[in-house]
Design a protein around this ligand. Structure first.
Ligand SMILES: NC(=O)c1ccc[n+]([C@@H]2O[C@H](COP(=O)([O-])OP(=O)(O)OC[C@H]3O[C@@H](n4cnc5c(N)ncnc54)[C@H](OP(=O)(O)O)[C@@H]3O)[C@@H](O)[C@H]2O)c1
Length: 239
Protein backbone atom coordinates (compact mmCIF):
# COMPACT_ATOMS: atom_id res chain seq x y z
CA UNK A 1 0.00 0.00 0.00
CA UNK A 2 1.11 3.56 -0.78
CA UNK A 3 2.70 5.83 1.85
CA UNK A 4 1.04 9.27 2.03
CA UNK A 5 2.78 12.13 3.83
CA UNK A 6 0.44 14.98 4.80
CA UNK A 7 1.35 18.34 6.37
CA UNK A 8 -1.35 20.28 8.19
CA UNK A 9 -2.81 16.95 9.29
CA UNK A 10 -3.62 18.10 12.83
CA UNK A 11 -6.64 20.12 11.66
CA UNK A 12 -9.20 20.88 8.96
CA UNK A 13 -8.67 19.62 5.41
CA UNK A 14 -5.36 17.88 6.22
CA UNK A 15 -6.92 15.90 9.08
CA UNK A 16 -9.79 14.82 6.82
CA UNK A 17 -7.36 13.68 4.11
CA UNK A 18 -5.23 11.76 6.64
CA UNK A 19 -8.25 9.84 7.95
CA UNK A 20 -9.58 9.07 4.46
CA UNK A 21 -6.27 7.68 3.15
CA UNK A 22 -5.69 5.71 6.39
CA UNK A 23 -9.21 4.24 6.09
CA UNK A 24 -8.19 3.03 2.60
CA UNK A 25 -5.29 1.14 4.22
CA UNK A 26 -2.53 3.54 3.13
CA UNK A 27 0.36 4.19 5.50
CA UNK A 28 -0.14 7.84 6.52
CA UNK A 29 2.62 10.04 7.94
CA UNK A 30 0.65 12.89 9.50
CA UNK A 31 2.54 16.11 10.19
CA UNK A 32 1.62 19.20 12.18
CA UNK A 33 2.78 21.21 15.18
CA UNK A 34 0.23 20.46 17.90
CA UNK A 35 1.24 17.12 19.52
CA UNK A 36 -2.10 16.67 21.29
CA UNK A 37 -4.22 17.01 18.15
CA UNK A 38 -1.77 14.79 16.28
CA UNK A 39 -2.12 12.15 19.01
CA UNK A 40 -5.93 12.28 18.69
CA UNK A 41 -5.52 11.75 14.94
CA UNK A 42 -3.08 8.87 15.47
CA UNK A 43 -5.71 7.07 17.55
CA UNK A 44 -8.06 7.11 14.52
CA UNK A 45 -6.16 4.32 12.76
CA UNK A 46 -3.18 1.99 13.20
CA UNK A 47 -2.07 3.13 9.72
CA UNK A 48 -1.32 6.66 10.97
CA UNK A 49 2.03 7.73 12.42
CA UNK A 50 2.66 11.33 13.41
CA UNK A 51 5.52 13.85 13.27
CA UNK A 52 5.41 17.17 15.06
CA UNK A 53 7.56 20.01 13.70
CA UNK A 54 7.35 23.62 12.58
CA UNK A 55 7.78 23.68 8.82
CA UNK A 56 9.11 27.24 8.85
CA UNK A 57 12.21 25.75 10.55
CA UNK A 58 14.36 24.27 7.75
CA UNK A 59 16.48 22.10 10.06
CA UNK A 60 13.40 20.76 11.84
CA UNK A 61 11.91 19.78 8.45
CA UNK A 62 15.13 18.03 7.44
CA UNK A 63 15.29 16.08 10.72
CA UNK A 64 11.60 15.15 10.74
CA UNK A 65 11.45 14.01 7.11
CA UNK A 66 14.88 12.45 6.52
CA UNK A 67 13.72 8.82 6.63
CA UNK A 68 10.41 9.13 4.69
CA UNK A 69 9.83 7.67 1.24
CA UNK A 70 6.26 8.72 0.41
CA UNK A 71 4.61 7.91 -2.90
CA UNK A 72 2.24 10.82 -2.33
CA UNK A 73 3.05 14.10 -0.56
CA UNK A 74 0.21 16.46 0.37
CA UNK A 75 1.50 19.86 1.48
CA UNK A 76 -1.67 21.17 3.09
CA UNK A 77 -0.42 23.15 6.12
CA UNK A 78 -1.05 26.85 5.87
CA UNK A 79 -2.23 29.96 7.64
CA UNK A 80 -4.41 32.95 6.80
CA UNK A 81 -4.13 36.44 8.24
CA UNK A 82 -5.57 39.63 6.77
CA UNK A 83 -4.29 43.20 6.84
CA UNK A 84 -6.57 45.76 8.44
CA UNK A 85 -7.54 49.05 6.74
CA UNK A 86 -4.51 48.97 4.48
CA UNK A 87 -2.02 49.11 7.37
CA UNK A 88 1.00 47.06 6.36
CA UNK A 89 2.03 44.82 9.26
CA UNK A 90 5.39 43.50 8.09
CA UNK A 91 5.50 40.80 10.78
CA UNK A 92 2.10 39.48 9.71
CA UNK A 93 3.23 39.38 6.07
CA UNK A 94 6.43 37.57 7.10
CA UNK A 95 4.45 34.97 9.13
CA UNK A 96 2.10 34.24 6.24
CA UNK A 97 4.89 34.04 3.66
CA UNK A 98 7.04 31.86 5.93
CA UNK A 99 4.24 29.38 6.53
CA UNK A 100 2.55 29.28 3.12
CA UNK A 101 5.59 29.61 0.84
CA UNK A 102 8.81 28.74 2.67
CA UNK A 103 7.16 25.97 4.73
CA UNK A 104 6.26 23.84 1.68
CA UNK A 105 9.63 24.69 0.10
CA UNK A 106 11.43 23.47 3.24
CA UNK A 107 9.45 20.22 3.16
CA UNK A 108 10.16 19.64 -0.53
CA UNK A 109 13.86 20.43 -0.08
CA UNK A 110 14.00 17.86 2.73
CA UNK A 111 12.13 15.23 0.71
CA UNK A 112 13.49 15.74 -2.82
CA UNK A 113 16.24 13.09 -2.72
CA UNK A 114 13.79 10.51 -1.32
CA UNK A 115 11.06 10.94 -3.95
CA UNK A 116 11.16 8.35 -6.71
CA UNK A 117 9.71 8.24 -10.21
CA UNK A 118 5.95 7.69 -10.07
CA UNK A 119 5.45 9.77 -6.94
CA UNK A 120 3.22 12.85 -6.74
CA UNK A 121 3.45 16.10 -4.80
CA UNK A 122 0.23 18.03 -4.10
CA UNK A 123 0.44 21.66 -2.96
CA UNK A 124 -2.67 23.21 -1.42
CA UNK A 125 -3.01 26.75 -2.71
CA UNK A 126 -6.26 28.76 -2.83
CA UNK A 127 -8.58 30.62 -5.19
CA UNK A 128 -7.77 33.70 -3.07
CA UNK A 129 -5.08 34.82 -5.53
CA UNK A 130 -7.30 34.60 -8.63
CA UNK A 131 -8.70 38.05 -7.77
CA UNK A 132 -7.09 40.92 -5.83
CA UNK A 133 -9.33 40.81 -2.76
CA UNK A 134 -8.98 43.70 -0.29
CA UNK A 135 -7.13 42.75 2.95
CA UNK A 136 -5.64 39.62 1.30
CA UNK A 137 -2.32 41.23 0.35
CA UNK A 138 -0.31 38.68 2.37
CA UNK A 139 -2.50 35.58 1.94
CA UNK A 140 -3.17 36.16 -1.78
CA UNK A 141 0.50 36.89 -2.50
CA UNK A 142 1.60 33.79 -0.57
CA UNK A 143 -0.74 31.51 -2.55
CA UNK A 144 0.20 33.18 -5.85
CA UNK A 145 3.88 32.52 -5.04
CA UNK A 146 3.17 28.92 -3.99
CA UNK A 147 1.20 28.29 -7.19
CA UNK A 148 3.95 29.80 -9.34
CA UNK A 149 6.54 27.64 -7.56
CA UNK A 150 4.45 24.49 -8.07
CA UNK A 151 3.66 25.13 -11.74
CA UNK A 152 7.34 25.71 -12.49
CA UNK A 153 8.47 22.71 -10.45
CA UNK A 154 6.07 20.51 -12.44
CA UNK A 155 8.14 21.13 -15.59
CA UNK A 156 11.49 20.64 -13.85
CA UNK A 157 10.42 17.42 -12.11
CA UNK A 158 8.65 15.92 -15.14
CA UNK A 159 11.88 14.30 -16.39
CA UNK A 160 12.27 12.63 -12.95
CA UNK A 161 8.75 11.19 -13.25
CA UNK A 162 7.49 13.18 -10.25
CA UNK A 163 4.07 14.79 -10.80
CA UNK A 164 3.01 18.08 -9.23
CA UNK A 165 -0.61 19.02 -8.50
CA UNK A 166 -1.98 22.39 -7.37
CA UNK A 167 -5.20 22.44 -5.33
CA UNK A 168 -7.28 25.64 -5.30
CA UNK A 169 -10.12 25.43 -2.79
CA UNK A 170 -12.83 28.06 -2.39
CA UNK A 171 -14.16 28.43 1.18
CA UNK A 172 -14.06 25.29 3.35
CA UNK A 173 -15.53 25.14 6.87
CA UNK A 174 -12.42 24.65 9.07
CA UNK A 175 -10.83 26.40 12.07
CA UNK A 176 -9.01 28.62 9.53
CA UNK A 177 -12.26 30.11 8.15
CA UNK A 178 -14.27 30.01 11.40
CA UNK A 179 -12.51 33.21 12.49
CA UNK A 180 -13.63 35.08 9.34
CA UNK A 181 -16.18 37.84 9.95
CA UNK A 182 -17.42 38.18 6.35
CA UNK A 183 -19.77 36.16 4.12
CA UNK A 184 -18.15 33.10 2.52
CA UNK A 185 -20.15 32.25 -0.61
CA UNK A 186 -20.15 28.64 -1.76
CA UNK A 187 -18.57 27.39 1.47
CA UNK A 188 -18.25 23.59 1.56
CA UNK A 189 -17.53 21.00 4.25
CA UNK A 190 -14.22 19.21 4.88
CA UNK A 191 -15.94 16.05 3.57
CA UNK A 192 -16.57 17.81 0.23
CA UNK A 193 -12.96 19.09 0.11
CA UNK A 194 -11.52 15.66 0.90
CA UNK A 195 -13.62 14.01 -1.81
CA UNK A 196 -12.68 16.63 -4.43
CA UNK A 197 -8.96 16.42 -3.65
CA UNK A 198 -8.84 12.61 -3.56
CA UNK A 199 -10.83 12.30 -6.80
CA UNK A 200 -8.51 14.80 -8.52
CA UNK A 201 -5.39 13.01 -7.26
CA UNK A 202 -6.77 9.62 -8.36
CA UNK A 203 -7.31 11.04 -11.87
CA UNK A 204 -3.74 12.39 -11.93
CA UNK A 205 -4.88 16.00 -12.39
CA UNK A 206 -2.37 18.87 -12.45
CA UNK A 207 -4.98 21.31 -11.12
CA UNK A 208 -7.87 20.68 -8.76
CA UNK A 209 -10.36 23.49 -8.00
CA UNK A 210 -13.57 23.17 -5.99
CA UNK A 211 -16.45 23.72 -5.45
CA UNK A 212 -17.13 23.68 -9.19
CA UNK A 213 -19.83 26.40 -9.39
CA UNK A 214 -17.83 28.86 -7.29
CA UNK A 215 -14.66 28.14 -9.24
CA UNK A 216 -16.45 28.83 -12.58
CA UNK A 217 -17.74 32.14 -11.19
CA UNK A 218 -14.29 33.10 -9.90
CA UNK A 219 -12.71 32.27 -13.27
CA UNK A 220 -15.29 34.42 -15.08
CA UNK A 221 -14.61 37.35 -12.73
CA UNK A 222 -10.84 36.90 -13.08
CA UNK A 223 -11.24 37.04 -16.88
CA UNK A 224 -13.03 40.42 -16.76
CA UNK A 225 -11.21 43.66 -17.58
CA UNK A 226 -9.22 45.14 -14.66
CA UNK A 227 -11.53 48.16 -14.39
CA UNK A 228 -14.62 45.97 -13.96
CA UNK A 229 -12.84 43.80 -11.38
CA UNK A 230 -11.77 46.86 -9.37
CA UNK A 231 -15.32 48.26 -9.45
CA UNK A 232 -16.65 45.02 -7.96
CA UNK A 233 -13.84 44.48 -5.45
CA UNK A 234 -13.92 48.12 -4.22
CA UNK A 235 -17.29 47.31 -2.62
CA UNK A 236 -15.50 44.93 -0.28
CA UNK A 237 -13.10 47.57 1.09
CA UNK A 238 -13.79 48.37 4.75
CA UNK A 239 -13.96 52.00 5.78
N1 LIG B 1 -10.41 26.54 4.74
C1 LIG B 1 -10.48 27.19 3.58
O1 LIG B 1 -11.50 27.80 3.24
C2 LIG B 1 -9.33 27.20 2.64
C3 LIG B 1 -9.52 27.80 1.38
C4 LIG B 1 -8.45 27.82 0.48
C5 LIG B 1 -7.26 27.25 0.82
N2 LIG B 1 -7.09 26.68 2.06
C6 LIG B 1 -5.79 26.13 2.38
O2 LIG B 1 -5.96 24.80 2.83
C7 LIG B 1 -4.89 24.46 3.72
C8 LIG B 1 -5.48 23.83 4.98
O3 LIG B 1 -6.31 24.80 5.59
P1 LIG B 1 -7.40 24.44 6.69
O4 LIG B 1 -8.58 25.26 6.36
O5 LIG B 1 -7.55 22.97 6.85
O6 LIG B 1 -6.71 25.11 7.97
P2 LIG B 1 -6.54 24.67 9.51
O7 LIG B 1 -7.68 23.84 9.96
O8 LIG B 1 -6.26 25.94 10.23
O9 LIG B 1 -5.22 23.77 9.48
C9 LIG B 1 -3.96 24.33 9.24
C10 LIG B 1 -2.92 23.27 9.46
O10 LIG B 1 -1.63 23.83 9.12
C11 LIG B 1 -0.72 23.51 10.16
N3 LIG B 1 0.31 24.53 10.27
C12 LIG B 1 0.15 25.87 10.28
N4 LIG B 1 1.33 26.49 10.42
C13 LIG B 1 2.28 25.49 10.50
C14 LIG B 1 3.67 25.48 10.65
N5 LIG B 1 4.38 26.63 10.77
N6 LIG B 1 4.32 24.29 10.69
C15 LIG B 1 3.61 23.14 10.58
N7 LIG B 1 2.29 23.08 10.43
C16 LIG B 1 1.63 24.24 10.39
C17 LIG B 1 -1.56 23.47 11.41
O11 LIG B 1 -0.86 22.74 12.38
P3 LIG B 1 -1.04 22.99 13.99
O12 LIG B 1 -2.49 23.35 14.19
O13 LIG B 1 -0.65 21.67 14.57
O14 LIG B 1 -0.16 24.11 14.33
C18 LIG B 1 -2.82 22.79 10.90
O15 LIG B 1 -2.66 21.39 10.90
C19 LIG B 1 -4.12 25.76 3.98
O16 LIG B 1 -2.97 25.78 3.18
C20 LIG B 1 -5.08 26.84 3.53
O17 LIG B 1 -4.44 28.02 3.09
C21 LIG B 1 -8.10 26.64 2.96
Amino acid sequence: MMTVLITGASSGIGAGLAKAWADDGCKVIACGRDPERLETLRQHSPHISVRSFDMTDRDACRLALQDCQPGLVILCAGTCEYLDKGVIDAELVERVMATNVLGPVNCLAALQSQLVSGSRVVLVSSMAHWLHFPRAEAYGASKAALTWFANTLRLDWEPKGIAVTVVSPGFVDTPLTRKNDFPMPGQVSVVHAVRAIRQGVAKGKNHIAFPRGFSVMMRLLAGMPGGVQRMLLRRMVRS
